[in-house]
Design a binder for this molecule. Structure first.
Ligand code: HEC
Length: 218
């Protein structure tokens, strides 16, 4: 019973093998048999080629409104003083004062900010000394009280006579340069405190006077 079933099966296998080997073909000059050639060869459209499958006839479709490019963080603030204040309240610097970030911040400052703000942040950069409206010192009350988010807004949109630096300074670098400004401010505060202690070692009351008079010189 088994034998009578096996023999036709083996015969069928041989026939299939012969057919397959014939289909693969011995002729190396010609391509082999192609199963579903429509899947083998796709029909790509060039980006700028006409394309009848889209209503506007173009292959390259414009992104859907509101699409955000990869790696791009949208900033939902307008270039207004109100939104600058709002950015100050809502945005936080997620970079902490680590050596790498500070180093990068110092480099960004040296490249983009020194021309006007000066190496020490006193608003005496070479451009300001040659007649550009000098920026206020970064150690004046206004900058000291400015929140990180607002400085981010100033760099992104500019402020008054300061042009915006959104195109030159990436968002990450903006936060890092803010770290650098904070570190300049801390060093300045420490210096003022040292000076105050040297000139008036008696106590906090005279310290305040000393730092006040120092401030007015800036
Ligand atoms: C072309 C000159 C120029 C450059 C370069 C420049 N600034 Fe300014 N910046 C100004 C001026 C002028 C102001 C004052 C703007 C105003 O309110 O009229 C200012 C204001 C500021 C303020 C606010 C200070 C305050 O008390 O209102 C900050 C913070 C600041 N700049 C940071 C930066 C940083 C960070 C960079 C570098 C990425 C930079 N600026 C580059 C000219 C410049």
């Amino acid at each position: 019973m088994l034998k009578s079933f096996l023999n036709p099966m083996l015969a069928a296998c041989i026939v299939v093998l012969i057919v397959v080997s014939w289909m693969i073909g011995g002729n190396t000059e010609e391509p082999n048999y192609e199963f579903l050639p429509g899947m083998l060869y796709s029909i790509p459209y060039d980006s700028f080629a006409v394309n009848e499958h889209f209503p506007d006839g173009k292959t390259l479709q414009a992104p859907i409104p509101g699409t955000i490019p990869r790696g791009h963080m949208p900033l939902h603030y307008a270039a207004t003083p109100e939104d600058a204040a709002r950015a100050g309240n809502e945005l936080q610097n997620l970079f902490t004062a680590e050596a790498d970030f500070l180093q990068r911040g110092a480099k960004v400052y040296a490249t983009f900010c020194i021309p006007c703000h000066g190496p020490g942040g006193r608003g005496d950069g070479p451009v300001a000394r040659r007649g550009y409206p000098p920026p206020p010192s970064l150690f004046a009350e206004n900058s000291l009280n400015m929140k990180d988010g607002q400085i981010f807004h100033v760099i992104t949109y500019g402020q008054g006579n300061m042009p915006d630096y959104a195109a030159q300074v990436s968002p990450e670098d903006r936060w890092k340069v803010i770290l650098h400004i904070r570190s300049l401010q801390e060093k300045e505060a420490a210096k003022l405190e040292r000076n105050a202690n040297e000139t008036a070692p008696e106590g906090p009351a005279s310290y305040q006077n000393a730092s006040g008079s120092e401030e007015s010189q800036l």
